[in-house]
Design a protein around this ligand. Structure first.
Ligand code: G6P
Length: 586
């Protein structure tokens, strides 16, 4: 959830670290901090609650060519200056930043306090600084190696000390990637802050401890020196720039035609093809928007390929009784996760493996944790997604799911899907202004659909609530009368996805029922649908195309509706309150 970055090299560290933290802010943004190692000795620290953009940073006091930084999403301790990272040992000689959770911190803290250590924060992280202090006698690498032996939980750690010239990195179940430059080295939670400096990266494994110096890195695992390969990342620097758009979310919405095209056309490895073609049933495990992509996959797989698919919220899969003996058959468990780091999704996948089920990951981030756990991986081609609200990664997940379906049921709808990027491009031109005017003043908004448009309604509601803070709920249209009807008033508009096909008639009836209870209805349907246009308050027409493509166009329209409503309400669109993009805690 938090973002960390470290640097050692010839450049001034503080400005570079602040720049990197700005790229990581989508991981958490309630406080931030930087520590550097000035050339004349000691450690200099600046940390503050709030966002980097809202604060003046006293960089002049942070000299040196060696440093670490952190942007926080609070778990232990409120987001204030004291709890902001970096955290220090008693003598202010060791500084650490941490992403993850130290589960046994309370016990460690009591023990360390008993041995005379003084704590200055409420965080779980601070125990690590004091533990390293206990073991430090000039060799920081060795002190970190000894300290992590006592830790239970998850961590990506970066550590510097006044008495050692190296930057130490340690990883256990939290992402950490090293960047290899010319006479400089970087470490970060993910690729985004590295792209402007280098395309050569090393993905650390769980249990690795690395010592970085400007000339290179030494990595140790289970007490032995190991070599990890240097990989080249295909992501471009343009991907992390706004490129003239007002927000990353809008930029990412407009990248969707290309993203769909590239993800659908991405090569399918033999391992993925084999896993998919052998499956006689699939369980999808996912969270948030990825869960909605899983629901769409299930509808399409069952209706087009006759393959049973069960979709799980990963957080529930973990605590559900294990599969009944013999019930899994040739089952495949598919983890859908943009980041590849969502804690619940990773845990669900590990659980599936523990039950000897075969596993496949659909993810956007090369080298992410899920790629190390799953038996095989389908890598989406969405590029880095910066806005906290998922848009292009959701469309890429649908592209990946549809690609897998073409493997499952032959290439019968390959030709239809090959027009998807055109349909998505046309949907981007949709005018949603009348609907925005209604939603922006609403107390609550309902999103309803049937069949494949039910997950699209759930996703539309999620986008609306995430970035506008308007209460929004997605419902299967038939369910609304089983309770939610009690809430319908002129202040609770409903967005109805009413596309041609088997559910068109019943959707029209549902719309009339909602209107009869006083709710204004915004209908999303195909151009020329006079019946729908007549019955709704606002009609949003999209170009007519095949049902499977209309799932995509409806999704795009609802993304635009949420974006423009948030814009009208002057919300912080790319960084909505209380959220983080990568949820690495349970
Ligand atoms: C967070 C994000 C969502 C995302 C969900 C799952 O809640 O804000 O946009 O859908 O995590 O993330 P994943 O990386 O596993 O797809």
């Amino acid at each position: 959830m938090c973002g960390i970055i470290g640097y050692t090299g010839r450049r001034s560290a503080a400005g570079l670290i602040i720049g990197g933290l700005r790229r990581l802010e989508y991981r958490g943004y309630d406080s931030f901090g930087v520590a550097t190692k000035p050339d004349d000795g000691g450690i200099a620290v600046f940390k503050k609650s709030g966002r980097i953009s809202e604060n003046e940073c006293a960089l002049d006091d942070l000299s040196g060519h060696h440093g670490i930084g952190h942007t926080r999403w609070a778990t232990h301790g409120i987001p204030d200056d004291r709890n902001a990272h970096p955290h220090m040992d008693c003598r202010d000689e060791i500084a650490i930043v941490h992403n993850g959770i130290i589960e046994n911190f309370a016990h460690l803290k009591k023990d360390l306090e008993g041995r005379g250590h003084t704590f200055r924060s409420d965080t779980d992280t601070e125990v690590v600084a004091h533990l390293i202090e206990e073991h430090f006698s000039g060799d920081l690498f060795e002190a970190v190696r000894m300290a992590v032996k006592d830790l239970e939980g998850t961590y990506a750690l970066l550590v510097i000390a006044g008495g050692d010239g190296r930057l130490i990195a340690a990883r256990n179940s939290s992402p950490l990637v090293l960047g290899v430059g010319d006479g400089e080295m970087f470490a970060a939670s993910d690729l985004a802050p590295l792209l402007e400096h280098t395309e050569r990266v090393i993905f650390l494994e769980d249990g690795d401890i690395a010592a970085l110096s400007p000339g290179g890195v030494e990595i140790c695992h289970a007490g032995k020196a190991v070599t990890r390969g240097v990989e080249r990342v295909a992501w471009r620097l343009d991907d992390v720039h706004l490129g003239g758009f007002a927000h990353y979310m809008l930029k990412e919405i407009f990248e969707q035609p290309q993203v769909f095209f590239e993800t659908f056309r991405a090569p399918v490895s033999d391992a993925v093809a084999h896993a998919v073609s052998r499956a006689d049933n699939i369980s999808v495990v996912a969270c948030g928007s990825s869960y909605h992509a899983g629901l769409t996959f299930a509808y399409l797989a069952e209706s087009l390929c006759g393959l049973p698919v069960r979709v799980w919220q990963a957080s529930e899969y973990r605590y559900y009784p294990p599969p009944l003996p013999g019930s899994a058959g040739a089952g495949l468990v598919v983890a859908v996760t943009q980041s590849g780091e969502t804690a619940d999704t990773l845990a669900a996948l590990k659980q599936a493996k523990a039950h000897n089920l075969r596993t496949l990951a659909i993810t956007n981030v090369p080298g992410s944790s899920v790629t190390r756990i799953a038996d095989s991986t389908y890598l989406m081609r969405a590029g880095p997604e910066i806005s906290v609200a998922a848009t292009k990664s959701f469309i890429a997940q649908l592209a990946a799911c549809m690609r897998i379906l073409t493997r499952l049921c032959g290439n019968s709808f390959d030709e239809v899907i090959s027009r998807a990027h055109i349909a998505i491009g046309e949907a981007l031109l949709t005018d949603v202004s009348d609907a925005v005017a209604i939603c922006a003043s609403a107390a609550s908004v309902f999103f309803v659909g049937r069949g494949p448009f039910y997950p699209a309604a759930l996703e539309g509601a999620l986008k609306m609530k995430e970035i506008t803070y308007i209460h929004a709920e997605g419902y299967a249209a038939g369910e609304l009368k089983h309770g939610p009807f009690a809430l319908l008033t002129p202040d609770t508009p409903a967005i109805a996805l009413c596309m041609p096909g088997a559910t068109h008639g019943v959707m029209l009836s549902n719309i009339k029922e909602m209107k009869a209870r006083g709710a204004p209805v915004i209908g999303v349907g195909v151009k020329g649908d006079a019946e729908l246009a007549e019955v709704v308050d606002v009609f949003i027409p999209v170009p007519e195309t095949e049902e499977v493509l209309q799932v995509l166009t409806a999704t795009v329209v609802l993304q635009l509706l949420a974006y423009h409503t948030a814009l009208a309400l002057d919300r912080d669109i790319d960084k909505p309150r209380n959220l983080a993009k990568s949820v690495t805690v349970e």
